[in-house]
Write a protein that binds this ligand. Structure first.
Ligand code: SF4
Length: 372
């Protein structure tokens, strides 16, 4: 087994800020204490050149850069931005040694920032107390990356692909604890590896286990492959599962980031299975307490969910984009959309960029629904 090398350093900044929340995790900011990940999942997109601070993708799991001043940098950065959801914390084994995730979460608690934590390691339970305090002050999300259960026909092969990440049974047990502690929790089923995770038995088992362990949502996504990560991943397939390689080469011809082919049927199947087990295939957007843009955010969420449904239905792309841009426009709106509607009616809604006559009527219904 290769020994891990830790490289402490002091970066100049830590907070990534986005113009608006993304439509999957609803996060506006992200900040992480470590570069590289000791779990070393073979499919991890963080080996791509744009994320990896190393020449050699093999170093990703064995050379961990430690941002020594992460808590101080985070405090400074969060003091200057509006409160919104922050994606943060990392419970790879390095956390036991350096404790930076915990100290960053303490900053979030002090400043009242809600967090979204996505984990493959159940050692996040160490900080359940702190996360609970954050969740009481600012409703937060703890989700688990899980792509299989022991019921999967390909469980052993999938576990090899997850390398040193703890077993999914342990992650589900942690999910149950977070659910019992009152968290919004669920599963990020990413990446659904073609030929390994996309069979119906595996999809259904992950969704059923999520529901049985108190998870409220599934977020599913496909594998992405770029530059040196593509080469690295193909080499792993060649070495361990050569029978799978030709299919992956066909799905990911050189230069393609996502798999060729149609993602909608698998997403529709996931939706059906989520309905069967009473959970969502979208993550509910956490409410930011005291947010003067709360109504805008709720309506933007509804429009984004409609965008996703249209994608699943294979609606014409101008229609999909119409809803997506409307969702962005409502999220970007400086004024409260309820006030805009009360002052100026439909004309006010139509003055918002990318909102035409028919969308303004849908938004009118949403405003009235939320303000009942
Ligand atoms: S746990 Fe997440 S970040 Fe770490 S290697 Fe696996 S996929 Fe990458």
């Amino acid at each position: 087994m290769t020994r891990t090398t830790f490289i402490p350093y002091r970066p100049k900044s830590i907070l990534n800020k986005h113009k608006r929340a993304d439509h999957w995790f609803w996060t506006r900011y992200s900040a992480y204490p470590y570069l590289g990940c000791q779990h070393g999942c073979q499919f991890c997109y963080c080996r791509e050149r744009k994320y990896l601070p190393y020449e050699n993708p093999n170093d990703f799991a064995h050379v961990i850069k430690v941002k020594q001043n992460a808590p101080e940098l985070l405090r400074k950065a969060l003091s200057r931005v509006p409160i919104d959801l922050l994606m943060t914390a990392d419970y790879q084994p390095a956390e036991r040694k350096f404790g930076l995730s915990r100290r960053m979460l303490e900053v979030c608690l002090d400043l009242g920032f809600p967090v979204f934590v996505l984990e493959r390691n159940p050692s996040i339970l160490r900080d359940l107390d702190l996360l609970q305090a954050i969740n009481q002050r600012a409703p937060s999300v703890v989700a688990f990356s899980i792509i299989s259960t022991p019921e999967s026909p390909n469980y052993d092969r999938i576990r090899q692909m997850e390398n040193l990440a703890p077993a999914p049974e342990k992650r589900f047990a942690a999910m149950q604890k977070f659910s019992q502690a009152g968290f919004l929790t669920g599963t990020c089923m990413m990446p659904i590896l073609p030929g390994l995770c996309d069979d119906d038995a595996n999809l259904e088992a992950v969704i059923r286990w999520t529901a049985e362990h108190g998870g409220q949502f599934i977020l599913a996504g496909g594998l992405t492959l770029a530059d040196q990560q593509r080469t690295y991943f193909f080499n792993i397939l060649q070495e361990r599962f050569p029978e799978l390689l030709p299919n992956y080469q066909k799905l990911y011809p050189r230069g393609s980031y996502r798999a060729a082919g149609d993602w909608a049927p698998i997403a529709r199947r996931i939706r059906e299975l989520c309905e069967k087990y009473g959970i969502k295939d979208r993550m509910p957007r956490p409410v930011i307490l005291g947010d003067k843009h709360a109504l805008n955010k709720r309506i933007a969420e509804r429009l984004a969910n409609r965008t996703y449904s249209l994608e699943l239905e294979k609606a014409p792309s101008h229609k999909v984009w119409g809803y997506r841009k409307a969702s962005w426009a409502v999220d970007d709106l400086e004024q409260d959309i309820g006030l805009v509607y009360r002052m100026m009616g439909l004309k006010g809604l139509q003055s918002i960029p990318d909102i035409g006559i028919s969308l303004s009527k849908e938004i009118e219904d949403l405003v009235n629904d939320f303000q009942k």
